[in-house]
Design a protein around this ligand. Structure first.
Ligand code: NAG
Ligand code: NAG
Ligand code: NAG
Length: 255
């Protein structure tokens, strides 16, 4: 007897998807576990940024983040009901930044923690053709896989980085250090934050001292401006520019 082909396709596809996810997750844990766990260091900004209790390990933290990111009901809503509205709001933010000369069509732009990539779609819609998103779970073609604690990009890859997930960082120092590492000198980082209210239950940290605790983490950047915004529960936009000094590299005289 012959097996009907069509009904098999869907389970097979799902199995493939599941297996590739397992592989990705395994590789991801292998590649990031050690450096991330060993990166925890007491920080002078500890009093200004509170890490929420309850994460027994980095794996615990990743499980919680994935629980939301992989929730099929939420992914469906993000892709349908939320899509246009979010792209519109992001477009307004980015148009303002472009008008101020902080972003251009030629910018290599990265959206950190972009989920399905509405912010990436907004950037591309404005003409920033090279815009790319990154999240724990990829969402092709706009969003590639990556953890903001250990970005999968070489040093000085981007001119512009946007993120509205700083509050999800279990290691805020790592988040900041990775943005600075992957930005080119003179590159711009734009962060949307919950300063005047709390993040949601998926937040891993809270800013207790306004934006000061955050700004202090960016050792190689200067503040361009801070302004109030209304961005999906986040109320403050901080724009930083990476200074021209290279980090952790001795200055060498050439020629
Ligand atoms: C997420 O957590 C809820 C309970 O909080 C649980 O019912 C659900 O199975 C979890 N989903 C995933 C994808 O881990
Ligand atoms: C990209 O170029 C187009 C056409 O010149 C212009 O209208 C648009 O504002 C530019 N976008 C950005 C982000 O600079
Ligand atoms: C910033 O500098 C402080 C003090 O030198 C250091 O403890 C901290 O690790 C640095 N942060 C980053 C993100 O490099």
């Amino acid at each position: 007897m012959s097996v009907p082909k069509k009904p098999l396709l869907k389970p097979f596809f799902l199995l493939l998807l599941f297996l590739s996810f397992l592989l990705f997750f395994h590789l991801y844990l292998q590649s990031t576990k050690t450096p991330i766990s060993s990166a925890i260091a007491p920080s002078s900004t500890a009093a200004l940024i509170r890490i929420r209790p309850g994460f027994r390990s980095y794996d615990d933290y990743i499980k919680l983040q994935l629980n939301k990111t992989l929730n099929p009901r939420l992914r469906h809503l993000w892709a349908t009901r939320d899509w246009d509205r979010k792209v519109r709001v992001f477009s307004r933010f980015f148009a303002d930044l472009a008008a101020e000369g902080l972003l251009s069509n030629a910018s290599a732009a990265l959206c950190v923690g972009a989920r399905l990539g509405q912010e990436v779609a907004a950037l591309r819609g404005l003409g920033v053709g090279g815009a790319l998103g990154m999240d724990l779970v990829p969402a092709p073609p706009l969003v590639v896989a990556g953890d903001f604690h250990a970005q999968p990009f070489p040093d000085e890859s981007f001119d512009f980085e946007f993120s509205n997930v700083f509050d999800h960082a279990l290691y805020p120092e790592r988040f900041a250090a990775e943005v600075e590492r992957t930005l080119r000198p003179g590159g711009v980082a734009v962060l949307h934050l919950a300063v005047h209210r709390r993040g949601d239950k998926y937040s891993a940290n809270d800013l207790l001292g306004g934006v000061d605790g955050l700004v202090a983490l960016f050792n190689h950047s200067e503040v361009v401006r801070v302004r109030k915004v209304d961005g999906f529960g986040l109320d403050t936009e901080v724009v930083l520019r990476k200074t021209n000094t290279k980090r952790n590299k001795p200055t060498t005289k050439s020629k």
